[in-house]
Design a protein around this ligand. Sequence first.
Ligand code: PLP
Length: 370
Amino acid sequence: MTTATADPTSSSGIPRLDLLDQPSLSPAELLRLEQLGREVLGTENDVIALQAEAILALEAVARSVAAPGRRAINVVTGPYGAIFGGWMREMGAEVVDVTSPFDSIATVDAVAAAIADHRPDVVAVVQAEAATGGTNPAAQIIRVARDAGALTVLDAVAAIGAEPVPVDDWGVDIVVIGGQKSLAGPAGVSLVALSDDAWTLIENTPSAPRGSSLSLLDWRHDWVLTDRTLIPGLPSWLESRAMIQAIERVLAEGLDAVNLRHRRAAAATLAGASALGIRAWQRDAPHGAAPVVTALRVPEGRDALTERELGGILSPGNDALRESLIRVNHVGRAASLDAVSDALERLAAALDADPALAHDAAARAWNATT
Ligand SMILES: *Cc1c(COP(=O)(O)O)cnc(C)c1O
């Protein structure tokens, strides 16, 4: 392996990291990554590592479980849920969306009623939506879906590391996670946990992708069911090693402690924003407010914050939410009182307000959150 070069920064000013001339990923490293995935998810199920960002893993799942003649309930509380339903429809499934306004979360009653009406084979739900700062009652929705005999799919990309995702306790069949949010890891490898029931349903789906980057079955047949001495294709060794290190760092701090840091950051942000007269985006906050990202409402009578006013961990809402929503991305390493305080300082400056009360309120909320 190479060591640091003489020049610590490249000509572009980006710090030189030791990225080149590494050996490709060994089967032992891939097995380690899968095992770490099982640990953060609390599952004995198979975990596979797709060599791409989580959005591809979600597409792989949607296209593997949906087919003509299959019925699905798709819980939509933000953009990711909407996209997932679109893929299932493209594969010919009959999909009923249970949609909530994007400033609120799903209710268990609405999902239960849709399940009773539609008798789905598959129920898909996003646990936390980073785009709208909402978190759904995933445990209860999964329970209702399982009681109705449906296969359950959970997008936990924004939840993992910020709130518990106890896969075996909940009995959820398919779970997708990535490293780029609260695990403070890379975006280029994502993990999918699959129960035996999930594999059975996918094996019985003739249209499920094969010979494709979207194929879960390729990974099963060319890796999981083999003696695991030869990794199929060429894995992303940099991303995979970064993911191993990210999960090891999370487990060294303790998953509960990492979740707590995110809960504290969210509580501190809500309290500090409230002291500045800024309301939460989630209409019933703190109910439904996600620990991963806090979404705030652009105050009435104000234009969206400018690029100059944002910065740090503040960003505008995505797409249609750009004018009305401010994201406070206290995620991963930024789930800290320092990062939140910096965000409050910027918000106070943008509103010409005194930040002192906001800092006090944030510190108190941070300490009071256990
Ligand atoms: C961030 C996120 C993803 C992953 O999206 P990428 O485009 O791969 O970063 C998926 N689902 C949810 C709910 C997310 O918040």
